[in-house]
Design a protein around this ligand. Structure first.
Ligand SMILES: *[C@@H]1O[C@H](CO)[C@@H](O)[C@H](O)[C@H]1NC(C)=O
Ligand SMILES: *[C@@H]1O[C@H](CO)[C@@H](O)[C@H](O)[C@H]1NC(C)=O
Ligand SMILES: *[C@@H]1O[C@H](CO)[C@@H](O)[C@H](O)[C@H]1NC(C)=O
Ligand SMILES: *[C@@H]1O[C@H](CO)[C@@H](O)[C@H](O)[C@H]1NC(C)=O
Ligand SMILES: *[C@@H]1O[C@H](CO)[C@@H](O)[C@H](O)[C@H]1NC(C)=O
Ligand SMILES: *[C@@H]1O[C@H](CO)[C@@H](O)[C@H](O)[C@H]1NC(C)=O
Ligand SMILES: *[C@@H]1O[C@H](CO)[C@@H](O)[C@H](O)[C@H]1NC(C)=O
Ligand SMILES: *[C@@H]1O[C@H](CO)[C@@H](O)[C@H](O)[C@H]1NC(C)=O
Ligand SMILES: *[C@@H]1O[C@H](CO)[C@@H](O)[C@H](O)[C@H]1NC(C)=O
Ligand SMILES: *[C@@H]1O[C@H](CO)[C@@H](O)[C@H](O)[C@H]1NC(C)=O
Ligand SMILES: *[C@@H]1O[C@H](CO)[C@@H](O)[C@H](O)[C@H]1NC(C)=O
Ligand SMILES: *[C@@H]1O[C@H](CO)[C@@H](O)[C@H](O)[C@H]1NC(C)=O
Length: 331
């Protein structure tokens, strides 16, 4: 806590400085700047098994013809960099922050490693960031909150650690947040409730603890909620009854307790519910009769008691049901 309070003013000064410098140099940035940024990036690729950049990223041709590079027609600057699935190994250089017109960056499924340089904060036009399935480590810096245009943030399957920064709540345009298969710890930040455009939330397979924040009830556009394989505890908050657009909910493999909230019946479009491997008690709420789109229902390995409601027999869309390892009676 003391550490966080100490770092914040410093971080803020640093950000002011970066912002100031970016403003100063804005007019001097052109396609030549983009070329040197990409060449600096290339010089830190330590393994390029298919010789993609080695032969293709040549100064004898415009960067706009380079593989993986897209330029905008208006300003003739690099707007997208897509180096996904190229088997590249390397680190991300601060120079990448000079690609000031970049709206889309994908390094998906390579072997990039190391942490993310602060200079990336200059990429204020970024709408799409996919660093999924690499070996990035370190924390998600709090300056991620500056990517005000970001719609998709995909950092899944890396070695990121630390807490999910609360500034994530500043990404008001975010539709997809995919952080699964990392080592995130601590609580799900309550600021997540500010992400009113969020449709897909994947925080599964981390080491998140604490309660599911009630602010999740503000995410009224959510379609897919995956929090499985964490250490979440407490009750499933009844505000999930607000999530009426959900089609997929997986809270399995946590330590959730208390009863299944009857408002689950509000999720009339839900096709998949998995609450298995928790410590849920009480009965199966009768309101499940409302789940007229449900295909998979897995409530196994909990402490559920009582009669299995006969209304389940009327859910004609149901193709898979597992109620085993509970204390339920009936058919
Ligand atoms: C880019 O800007 C530099 C000055 O910062 C200038 O020397 C260079 O000619 C410019 N290049 C293009 C392609 O406009
Ligand atoms: C680089 O790759 C792009 C896209 O595959 C191709 O259009 C271009 O001709 C290549 N350039 C060189 C110099 O190999
Ligand atoms: C990047 O390229 C891959 C492979 O060519 C493609 O599947 C993917 O859709 C592209 N991503 C973006 C954001 O353009
Ligand atoms: C680009 O970024 C690097 C590192 O952040 C910096 O040293 C360099 O001066 C920047 N500007 C240009 C025009 O390349
Ligand atoms: C990650 O990449 C490997 C191949 O490099 C692939 O087998 C695996 O399915 C990918 N995992 C994810 C989560 O995309
Ligand atoms: C982000 O949100 C926090 C509160 O969560 C706020 O203090 C901060 O000023 C906001 N701005 C940025 C750019 O992070
Ligand atoms: C969880 O993530 C780790 C990597 O952090 C991966 O090795 C493992 O297969 C994942 N487990 C599941 C159940 O997805
Ligand atoms: C439930 O959603 C409504 C809007 O549909 C919102 O006004 C309300 O604050 C939400 N409740 C909670 C607890 O988030
Ligand atoms: C279930 O559906 C009925 C109408 O069929 C509705 O009156 C009731 O409010 C719903 N209950 C829940 C918890 O969604
Ligand atoms: C529910 O989750 C558990 C644990 O993550 C998994 O083993 C099981 O296959 C899932 N059930 C369904 C129907 O997918
Ligand atoms: C599970 O819940 C019961 C109450 O229903 C409680 O007595 C027990 O300690 C809980 N077990 C765990 C492992 O949390
Ligand atoms: C199942 O549906 C039928 C026809 O709609 C109805 O008559 C019956 O009462 C329902 N059974 C239960 C247990 O809700």
């Amino acid at each position: 806590m003391a550490k966080t309070c100490f770092l914040h003013p410093l971080m803020f000064m640093l950000l002011l400085f970066v912002t100031f410098r970016a403003t100063l140099s804005k007019n001097s940035h052109n396609i030549t700047t983009d070329q040197s940024a990409l060449l600096a990036f290339k010089s830190h690729i330590t393994h390029d098994p298919h010789n993609l950049l080695a032969t293709n990223w040549s100064t004898s041709t415009s960067v706009c013809n380079w593989i993986g590079v897209t330029c905008g027609s208006k300003h003739h600057r690099v707007t997208a960099l897509n180096l996904s699935f190229m088997d590249l190994t390397g680190t991300v250089q601060p120079h990448l922050g000079n690609l000031s017109f970049l709206a889309s960056l994908s390094l998906r499924q390579n072997s990039f490693h190391g942490s993310l340089p602060l200079e990336l904060t200059n990429l204020r036009r970024l709408k799409y960031l996919n660093l999924g399935n690499n070996s990035f480590d370190g924390e998600i810096p709090s300056w991620f909150g500056y990517f005000a245009q970001l719609q998709r943030l995909l950092l899944y399957a890396n070695e990121f650690t630390g807490v999910i920064p609360s500034t994530i709540g500043n990404l008001s345009k975010l539709e997809k947040l995919s952080l699964y298969n990392n080592n995130f710890k601590g609580q799900i930040p309550t600021t997540i409730g500010s992400l009113s455009n969020l449709k897909w939330l994947y925080l599964d397979n981390n080491s998140l603890s604490g309660n599911i924040p009630i602010e999740i009830g503000h995410l009224t556009r959510l379609e897919d909620l995956e929090l499985e394989h964490n250490n979440l505890n407490g009750e499933i908050p009844s505000v999930i009854g607000n999530l009426t657009t959900l089609t997929y909910i997986d809270l399995s493999y946590n330590s959730l307790s208390g009863e299944i909230p009857p408002v689950l019946g509000n999720m009339i479009f839900v096709t998949y519910i998995n609450l298995s491997y928790n410590n849920l008690s009480g009965g199966i709420p009768l309101t499940i009769k409302n789940l007229t789109s449900i295909e998979d229902l897995d409530l196994s390995s909990n402490n559920l008691k009582g009669e299995i409601p006969s209304v389940i027999g009327n859910l004609t869309t149901l193709t898979y049901i597992d109620l085993s390892s509970n204390s339920l009676s009936g058919k």
